[in-house]
Design a protein around this ligand. Structure first.
Ligand code: ZN
Length: 144
């Protein structure tokens, strides 16, 4: 794993939280993106090398809606940048971690992603993400 790529924060209202984080960080979101497959709307902020991802549910059965109902707003996941997501998934699977998906899937911000079950990581949802290579044909659902 290379570095923390971003920290994901679950929020109830993306517009309100975008205003808040713009005020906090001193610069607006550089990107907003819907991830239809996950039923989330996301907004990305940069502070130096670091990124914050705000996530809001777009449906009642969104994983973010479930998270907020259980735990309230707050830190939802930590994402690590990886060189080769397939290799990392294999390595972690062999080490006994529970992967939430068998294959990497397209995520927001032009990434291939995979989540690890928080049960195996002290209650923290971990995301692996790899910058997507456009020449690689993956099962892109077209929603980023
Ligand atoms: Zn994320």
């Amino acid at each position: 794993m290379n570095k923390i790529e971003h920290i994901g924060i679950a929020v109830k209202d993306l517009d309100l939280s975008c205003d808040l984080y713009e005020k906090l960080l001193g610069s607006p979101a550089y990107k907003r993106e819907l991830v239809a497959s996950e039923k989330v709307a996301t907004a990305f902020f940069k502070t130096g090398e670091n990124k914050i991802e705000l996530l809001a549910a777009t449906a009642e059965n969104s994983p973010i809606a479930t998270f907020i109902a259980k735990k309230g707003e707050g830190i939802h996941h930590i994402a690590f940048d990886v060189e080769d997501i397939y290799a990392e998934m294999e390595r972690l699977r062999k080490a006994g971690f529970i992967l939430l998906n068998d294959e990497p899937k397209p995520g927001a911000d032009h990434k291939l992603i995979c989540f690890l079950h928080p049960k195996g990581t002290n209650g923290v949802l971990i995301e692996l993400c790899q910058e997507r290579n456009d020449t690689e044909k993956i099962n892109d659902t077209g929603n980023g």
